[in-house]
Design a protein around this ligand. Structure first.
Ligand SMILES: Cc1cc2nc3c(=O)[nH]c(=O)nc-3n(C[C@H](O)[C@H](O)[C@H](O)COP(=O)(O)OP(=O)(O)OC[C@H]3O[C@@H](n4cnc5c(N)ncnc54)[C@H](O)[C@@H]3O)c2cc1C
Ligand SMILES: NC(=O)c1ccc[n+]([C@@H]2O[C@H](COP(=O)([O-])OP(=O)(O)OC[C@H]3O[C@@H](n4cnc5c(N)ncnc54)[C@H](OP(=O)(O)O)[C@@H]3O)[C@@H](O)[C@H]2O)c1
Length: 526
């Protein structure tokens, strides 16, 4: 076992990215038994401006910002790397799996034609892809340790859990450090259900899937949940060639704000063979003699349902890791979600204790984790600035990339008397055999399977001519939405949009479509 005092002091070593990679890999393999990594004098008794507990997106960016402002920080993480869950078991594997889903949909659509192999009946190994991710994830970990130490001058302790003593004292690996402020950046964990059978082998969430999958699931996957995680992983399982049944207790993807967009997305999931059971709940999971999942029992609007399977995936949302802060400090939390409650300056109910990232609840997204860390740093350093995320652009993956900002058509019509819509294709895509929209990554669909080539919609206030919302299903538009959202919040009009210079074939087509209508004094739909 690890001696409480045993540390690896890296202050005087300049580790290369490769050397960091090896050191992290070794420590992950020995989990719980290896030395803590100290990039600080363990006996340093000077006071810090802030100690960030948790070195994920929120803690690392908060630390970097505070350091850049001339402050002194310490960031502590129980993993041997900085960067947290995003590269380890959340965003990055999700993007690997979503890319596989898109590639496999293309391969299956054109199976046996042109240069595509015959995919008929082919079931792709999930374990191979999980292994691919496991081998690749260490590179980003190593870069973040290198960057944090050599380029950002951060002080850190890794591979050791922090313990809060009081609002100004934190203990790690047997050493106590004092600070003006504590920033809680403890993240969140997958929510579990309390139904029988979930401890059987073969029940996964996004964390234990990448840590422990050691077999190739059979022909059927059952997914519980109906939001981003459930859909992203479900589409991947489906694309590998497995029957995929989604048990959704209410409605699938209700977070997509525009009705037509949501319908297009769900229709395409069904085209790929996904079985979507809304209004359905998991009752229990039954095992075989070896305690492996054998069967799922559910209720559906059509009555009870039993599905034989050896693989169940739970995508049920995230529970903030607030327990330690409640126990040690008594910080106030939301009784329903467990999220730590903060004021506009990200301070908790305990003075000098701040909380950021997933720990403070929705939206649990990288932009908020990083920005809330940076805003906490500003506030601690005396540059008082409020932060509440509002009107952010959003996205998810199915086999496609789905991106949106602002209002959907329904909400826009409820709020504005004269809503004008620009959309492509102009009618129900199921009725069309014309290849629009078309752009990179959907060109083959556009030529041969037009209804698979995507969907896009711009929602405009016909009176002020301002863009109210934008919605896109396809590939490659997400980047533009992060900038477009700023312009829309600043009051972007159809005329200004139509006056931009498009890099044709651009994935959204919004610029040229707006130009077709911008000449009108009284705007009409397109
Ligand atoms: C499946 C999935 C896919 C996602 N995909 C995306 C995406 O594509 N885009 C996007 O924007 N967002 C995505 N997210 C959300 C994103 O991953 C999170 O919002 C983000 O990682 C949160 O950062 P954080 O710093 O708050 O938490 P984390 O990154 O989880 O960091 C918390 C850190 O605290 C450490 N810790 C906890 N307790 C202690 C302790 N006692 N002592 C020391 N250290 C401790 C942990 O080791 C961890 O490193 C996804 C989430 C999931 C679940
Ligand atoms: N940007 C990305 O691409 C991305 C990807 C993945 C995750 N994330 C982030 O990570 C966080 C977690 O995502 P998520 O999709 O897992 O969570 P989520 O958006 O909170 O959705 C949870 C889903 O689980 C269902 N659910 C919750 N409790 C349930 C129960 N007891 N029984 C049955 N179903 C239940 C919910 O159903 P109801 O709708 O009925 O409540 C909902 O469909 C989110 O904040 C998300 O933004 C981001």
């Amino acid at each position: 076992m690890l001696d409480g005092e045993a540390i690896w002091d890296v202050r005087d070593s300049t580790l290369t990215i490769e050397e960091w990679g090896v050191a992290i890999e070794e420590r992950l393999a020995q989990s719980g038994r290896s030395q803590a990594i100290f990039n600080i004098d363990p006996n340093d008794s000077r006071e810090f401006d802030a100690i960030f507990i948790g070195g994920g997106a929120a803690g690392r960016f908060g630390s970097a910002y505070l350091r850049a402002m001339g402050g002194r920080q310490l960031v502590i993480d129980r993993w041997p790397f900085l960067g947290g869950s995003c590269p380890h078991n959340a965003c990055v594997p999700h993007h690997v799996f979503s890319e596989c889903a898109a590639e496999l949909m293309l391969a299956r659509t054109f199976s046996g034609r042109y240069w595509f192999p015959d995919m008929d009946g082919v079931v792709v190994s999930m374990k191979d892809i999980v292994d691919l991710f496991r081998r690749g994830r260490n590179g980003p970990h190593a870069i973040m340790n290198y960057q944090s130490k050599e380029q950002l001058d951060l002080e850190f302790v890794l591979n050791a859990s922090a313990r809060i003593i009081d609002p100004h004292t934190v203990e790690v690996a047997g050493h106590r450090f004092t600070t003006r402020a504590v920033v809680l950046c403890l993240g969140a964990r997958p929510q579990r259900l309390s139904v029988p059978g979930l401890d059987l082998k073969g029940v996964y969430d996004n964390v234990n899937l990448v840590e422990t999958l050691d077999y190739d699931p059979g022909k059927t996957a059952v997914v519980v949940g109906g939001s981003k995680t459930a859909v992203e992983y479900g589409c991947f399982f489906n694309a590998t060639g497995r029957r995929t049944v989604m048990l959704v207790r209410s409605r699938l993807l209700k977070l997509i704000p525009d009705g037509d967009t949501r319908t297009y997305v769900i229709d395409r999931m069904r085209d790929q063979g996904m079985e979507i059971l809304e209004g359905s709940e998991l009752v229990r999971v039954e095992g075989d003699a070896n305690d492996r999942v054998a069967k799922v029992v559910a209720t559906t609007p059509d009555g009870p349902l039993e599905i034989e399977t050896d693989f169940v995936f739970l995508g049920l949302g995230e529970t903030p890791n607030s327990e330690m802060a409640v126990e040690a400090l008594g910080v106030e939390v939301d009784p329903e979600t467990g999220a730590v409650i903060v004021d506009d300056h990200l301070m908790t109910s305990v003075p000098d204790v701040y909380a950021v990232g997933d720990l403070i609840g929705a939206p649990m997204e990288m932009f908020k984790a990083r920005k809330s860390g940076a805003y906490a740093a500003r506030n601690i350093m005396g540059k008082k600035m409020p932060y509440r995320p509002v009107d952010w652009p959003d996205f998810l993956h199915t086999h496609y990339e789905v991106t949106w900002l602002g209002l959907g058509e329904e909400e826009a019509r409820a709020r504005y008397p004269n809503v004008v819509i620009i959309r492509m294709p102009p009618h129900n895509p199921n009725d069309l055999d014309i290849g629009l929209p078309a752009s990179d990554r959907v060109m083959l669909y556009a030529m041969e399977k037009p209804r698979l080539s995507g969907f896009q919609k711009l929602v405009i206030d016909g009176d002020s001519r301002r863009v109210l919302g934008a919605h896109h299903v396809g590939y490659g538009a997400r980047d533009s939405f992060q900038y477009l959202n700023v312009l829309v919040k600043q009051g972007l009009t159809i005329d200004e949009l139509g006056d931009m210079d498009e890099l044709f074939l651009n994935p959204t087509h919004f610029i040229q479509l707006s130009r077709l209508r911008a000449g009108q004094t009284i705007l009409r739909d397109l």
